[in-house]
Design a protein around this ligand. Structure first.
Ligand SMILES: [Zn+2]
Length: 439
């Protein structure tokens, strides 16, 4: 199948957007998909004449084809918590989140929510995600089972939590070890699935359980590590009380060997220079969650100091603390967080952070986050006429940056015209395929 349209794929971080070598943009592009992978990409005039005359072609007009969005921090079990209360982190966890997460010991409930969650990701153009399940192994089986049926590239894990939470939501160091090992063996590396060792955050894991996480990380070097870090002032004071010997909140995780490549920490708002440099040197990355940080009033992630320290980050939704599944809404809030600190987030960089930048944080670039030949054909089509206002504003756009800024300012799920997984359309009205190959 060939897809024609306006095509954008990143090569490197575009920064302020001035570096034209950081992306490939084909205003009249063509992309050949074979066996779920991208086989060729370029201007339609160069690609089409080389193909057999009878190859099916889907023409997306002037709509914009992009790699699917990658969400590096989201909780599937909080799909029904979104928009609950507006209080700060620790109350929000106790009053809403823990109440909801109790329900995920029921495999039937977990399956129903997992299916809703994946439908919602597809509707919002998100094709891969790094996901918190709950403490229940059933929640992980339900999640990966549904992801496997849809052949999604997904990363998730069982929450480790053995203290400072309701008793019936706590495991123990021994259960954390046995259950995680069984899940790692069952799901890690199956088709497109990856396992993440997932301590909820330092306050809810005892030192004995963090040691279990450390051993799991040693025994499964290919596993991801996924947790929260430095989100909120009260949380940070609590970590200081619980781990008085640690130099900082980050140092707690570091002391247990939980910093390395493929370790992703959500929030990272209140880090110091030494923390940022240590994280960067370890290969770990941050997930910046602007809608969540604003919704819970947690604080402002500083993009410029993260850049200065060489700390890689991507932009994530953190549903249900976050207020939208939609990456366009999330990028808009990310730009506002930058503006509140006298910084900027260029539209090109914003879209990079939601695609290739996120894949690089996960060390999955080459597979996802790009439309380069050989990568997996997870891609989306953004509708430049999703609303009368978007149509009017994009028609007047003078540049690609203008178009992207308009999409992230005005766009939401209505702008996701289609979502494709391994070349198969999973969302949107099926586009009619013709055989018009005239360039
Ligand atoms: Zn979170």
């Amino acid at each position: 199948m060939v897809h024609r349209g306006q095509i954008l794929s990143f090569v490197s971080d575009p920064g302020d957007g001035a570096d034209a070598a950081s992306y490939q943009h084909f205003p009249e592009g063509a992309m050949l998909v074979e066996d779920g992978r991208i086989a060729a990409l370029g201007p339609a005039a160069a690609i089409l004449p080389k193909l057999p005359r009878d190859i099916p072609v889907t023409d997306h007009g002037r709509n914009l084809l992009l790699p699917g969005f990658i969400d590096n921090h989201i909780h599937y079990a909080q799909s029904d918590v979104i928009g609950a209360g507006g209080r700060q982190l620790l109350d929000w966890l106790n009053d809403y989140t823990f109440v909801e997460e109790r329900r995920f010991g029921d495999p039937e409930h977990a399956r129903e929510v997992a299916d809703f969650f994946f439908d919602e990701l597809a509707r919002n153009g998100t094709t891969s995600a790094l996901v918190f399940c709950t403490v229940h192994p059933e929640s992980v089986d339900a999640f990966f089972g549904a992801a496997a049926r849809r052949r999604l590239r997904m990363i998730a894990g069982k929450v480790l939590m053995d203290r400072n939470a309701p008793k019936d939501l706590c495991d123990s160091p021994a259960a954390a070890d046995t259950e995680s090992r069984a899940l790692l063996e069952r799901w890690g590396g199956q088709d497109r699935l990856h396992y993440a060792i997932t301590p909820r955050f330092a306050p809810t894991s005892s030192p004995a359980q963090l040691q279990v996480a450390a051993r799991l990380a040693q025994d499964f070097p290919e596993a991801f590590i996924h947790s929260h870090l430095a989100e909120n002032h009260a949380e940070i004071l609590w970590v200081k009380e619980l781990f008085p010997a640690a130099r900082s909140y980050l140092d707690v995780y570091d002391g247990y060997g939980l910093l390395r490549e493929r370790a992703i920490y959500a929030h990272c708002i209140y880090l110091d220079e030494a923390d940022r440099r240590r994280m960067a040197a370890s290969g770990a990355a941050a997930a910046f969650c602007p809608t969540s940080n604003l919704y819970l009033g947690s604080g402002l992630f500083d993009l410029a100091v993260s850049d200065a320290a060489g700390l890689p980050f991507s932009v994530a939704t953190d549903v249900g603390g976050g207020s939208s599944f939609n990456m366009l809404r999330t990028l808009d809030e990310a730009r506002k967080v930058a503006r509140l600190q006298g910084e900027d987030l260029s539209p090109l960089r914003a879209f990079y952070l939601a695609t290739l930048g996120a894949a690089r944080c996960l060390r999955l670039d080459g597979q996802i986050g790009t439309l380069e030949p050989h990568s997996e054909a997870d891609f989306i089509v953004l509708d430049l006429e999703a609303t009368p206002l978007i149509a009017r504003r994009t028609a007047a756009a003078q540049s690609l940056s203008d178009t992207l800024r308009i999409l992230m300012t005005l766009g939401d799920d209505r702008a996701i015209k289609a979502t494709y997984i391994l070349g198969r359309q999973v969302h949107g009205v099926p586009a009619a395929a013709g055989m018009s190959r005239s360039a």
